[in-house]
Design a protein around this ligand. Sequence first.
Ligand SMILES: Cc1cc2nc3c(=O)[nH]c(=O)nc-3n(C[C@H](O)[C@H](O)[C@H](O)COP(=O)(O)OP(=O)(O)OC[C@H]3O[C@@H](n4cnc5c(N)ncnc54)[C@H](O)[C@@H]3O)c2cc1C
Length: 449
Amino acid sequence: MPRLLVIGGMAAGMSAASKLRRLRPEWEATVLEAGPDLSYGACGLPYVVGGITPSFDDLNALEPEEIARRGIEVRLRQRVVELMEGKKRVRVEDLASGRTAEESYDALLVSSGSALVLPDLRGLEGDNLFTLHDLPDGRRLSTFIETVRPRSALIWGTGYIALEMAENFAARGMAVTLINRSTRVLRNLVEPLRDRILRELEERGVRLFLETQVLEALGANGRLLALRTDRGELAADLFLIATGVRPATDFLRGSPVPLARNGAIRVDETCATGVHGIWAAGDCCEVRHLVTGRPVYIPLGTTANKMGRVAGTNIAGGRERFPGVVGTAATRAFGLEVGVTGLGPVEAREAGFDPAEAWIEAGSRAGYYPGGGGVLVHLTADRRGRLLGGQVCGPEGTKGRIDTLAAALTCGMKVEELAMLDLAYAPPFAPVWDPLLVAAGVLKGQLDR
Ligand SMILES: Cc1cc2nc3c(=O)[nH]c(=O)nc-3n(C[C@H](O)[C@H](O)[C@H](O)COP(=O)(O)OP(=O)(O)OC[C@H]3O[C@@H](n4cnc5c(N)ncnc54)[C@H](O)[C@@H]3O)c2cc1C
């Protein structure tokens, strides 16, 4: 019986194993997972910590019975430590006993996801220091909040997990401080939208320390007390580090599997690595950016699920492609939603484009219809009129607007086409000129000049 071995049992790994078993029931599928949990939605962790979702159990994507029904064998607390490519085997450490053993494969799927990038700062430790990368992190954080009842939280980072946790810590009654060494918020948010987010955070009582260098971690008796920064000492009851991730591929160093400089696995559109029998999917991989045509590392759940499915299909002998991403992401900070897709002007310039940009503010609903509020839309295009990216920020409707822009980018749409797109209009959802159409019209006007 041919055997698929999967490294990592989350979105990408379980999608691939499920797909393969559906298409080729004669194959064996074994998943080796280093952690104690399997197949849950990590994206929901902030909302369990904040009390919106009642329990971590609600995050389970697949129950054990369903996994068994699909005929997938799962082994938890098994870490792959070495690829023995010539022998079509991997070396696996049983994390309970520390013993290692070899496992053979006919096809290998690497879906080992991402690992945290932590600041290199001496003394950064304590029972009140947290990260939020997986379920054990979430459980530890929730237990601490419930037992210690911290009154203040300091979040190091300004990415989407940091913003989501600012809201969720505040929901648990904590005074929140956000710090970051740069002025960046999210990946590439442009100034007007970034300022709007920062204003929202400040209005909700979040203290902001951007362009702040952390110099020292100050602790005592196993607890972190404060961070000494170039803008003074910042004390808190709880500290969360959310400074980013990198591909979790250390065990592949020195193997023939092609890695980018940051360690991300290079795959083609079929999720093949180019090494016979070895496939890869999800947060451990680079993907193609459909606007630039170049490889990028944008680790997100939606990509991991799709790549897993494509890999599973192709391992089964199918011919499916994962073309790439346009870098679409959305999040919420208190009452404000924000979405980004494609390139901002800085990235566009770095990619060799000569970008033009425009931003506008328009109502999210018809002016006479109560509720809603101002929506900021920023668009980037090249001088010949091709749309390169968009960003949206407002109290509602962001998901629909950013998804529209993602579709427009994927189709290589021009700004003038976007300006005349047949978008839905009804007073509770949009003004007759949707903010996207207004922004496209303004940018078109600039390009026509
Ligand atoms: C708090 C939080 C919020 C998020 N919110 C969103 C969101 O709103 N939208 C979105 O699109 N994405 C979001 N994400 C990202 C999303 O969760 C990931 O993109 C997705 O989980 C990636 O799936 P994956 O299968 O590639 O990798 P992972 O989910 O990282 O799974 C990889 C698994 O491999 C295991 N593993 C690693 N190395 C080994 C090894 N050597 N041997 C055996 N097992 C190994 C790990 O233990 C892990 O369980 C969020 C993530 C977090 C943490």
